[in-house]
Design a protein around this ligand. Structure first.
Ligand code: PHE
Length: 347
């Protein structure tokens, strides 16, 4: 009987060792379940041994029983802790693999595109800055005084007509050109002065491929001692060559503006044939009326409180829409204002 107790003890320890070893090797939840059944189940190894309890001496039974219980507890604990470890590993692997993106996919923001007119304005401003001009701005809603009176435009001047100008009241209007910025600049800063100013201008025009009631101008003004027509011609000539290329020529034709005397309109070599003559320029070699200019009228200087005996000046105004059209070969001004990305994204 002594022997039986040792045999059973030995058998139990063997089961324990084997079970612990295989449990450590198990890699899936099913394997754990199989091992549990194999060692601890109703028909398992442990139960098999305990079936022989009857063969033990009564006083040995509690001893062997206790060993068996301890082994069962240990195996159960090992299985469940190993199972939990595996479970955690699986969960972690799954989490790592899944990586759920908890951010809401936002609507893709369409980044805007620089408008070709703005690109031209910036290029023009840069050029004039490099020539020592400062950039100023003025309001689109102006006084009749700044837009016409101060610029020496008589009451009966055709451009003051209701049919050409958007009047808001009798004294307030949408500026018809950027020239009122000349008045503002001279009043605010006095002489000497060298400014450019670009922005929107408005005239009552029917829309077609070259006309729009809203368009853009860039105004330039230089006031100083000893400023002459030669300075004006040279400045604009240099500017055109910088903007369009050194082979481009300028031609000054006499014209009339109430606020400059003498006044001129400037033509520039045709952009297409660069002066040779082609269909685009009616075989003249010139792009016509690109800008207006002249020597600031003494009355305008005096109106702004500048001594016209001491100071003189020149001014110019150019159509930015027109310049942008010839620069990029755009044949319809309406394209600028339709906001069609297919058009805008080309520049
Ligand atoms: N303001 C004039 C126009 O709109 C252009 C201009 C500006 C002419 C400055 C002379 C001097 O036509």
């Amino acid at each position: 009987m002594e022997n039986m107790k040792d045999i059973m003890k030995g058998r139990l320890l063997e089961i324990k060792d084997e079970a612990l070893k295989t449990i450590k090797e198990a890699r899936t939840l099913e394997e754990f379940e199989q091992l549990r059944v194999k060692f601890l189940g109703k028909k398992g190894e442990l139960t098999k041994v305990l079936r022989d309890m009857g063969k033990l001496a009564p006083e040995d039974r509690p001893i062997v029983g206790q060993i068996a219980n301890e082994i069962r507890d240990e195996l159960e604990e090992t299985i469940s802790s190993e199972k939990e470890r595996l479970n955690n590993e699986l969960k972690l692997a799954k989490l790592n693999k899944e990586k759920i993106d908890i951010t809401i996919t936002s609507k893709k923001k369409k980044v805007g595109h620089r408008h070709p007119l703005i690109a031209t304005i910036e290029e023009l401003e840069d050029l004039f800055i490099s020539m020592g001009f400062s950039v100023v701005s003025g309001p689109e809603i102006e006084t009749v005084e700044n837009n016409f009176d101060a610029l020496n435009s008589p009451e009966n001047h055709p451009s003051r007509d209701m049919s050409d100008t958007f009047y808001i009241t009798e004294d307030i209007l949408l500026r018809t050109h950027t020239s009122p910025v000349q008045i503002r600049a001279m009043k605010e800063m006095g002489a000497p002065l060298r400014i450019v100013s670009a922005g929107r201008t408005f005239r009552f025009d029917d829309v077609d491929d070259t006309h729009s009631p809203m368009f853009h101008q860039l105004e330039g003004l230089v006031v100083d001692e000893n400023i002459s027509m030669a300075n004006l011609i040279h400045t604009l000539d240099i500017f055109i060559k910088e903007l369009f290329g050194p082979d481009m020529k300028t031609r000054f034709r006499p014209h009339h503006f109430p606020f400059t005397e003498p006044s001129a309109e400037v033509d520039v070599s045709c952009f297409k044939c660069r002066g040779k003559g082609c269909e685009a320029c009616n075989f003249t070699g010139w792009s016509m009326e690109l800008l207006g200019c002249g020597m600031v009228h003494p009355k305008v200087l005096e109106y702004c409180g500048i001594d016209s005996e001491k100071y003189s000046g020149f001014a110019f105004g150019m159509g930015i829409d027109r310049i942008t059209m010839v620069k990029y070969g755009i044949n319809d001004i309406r394209l600028f204002f339709e906001n069609d990305n297919r058009f805008l994204e080309q520049f």
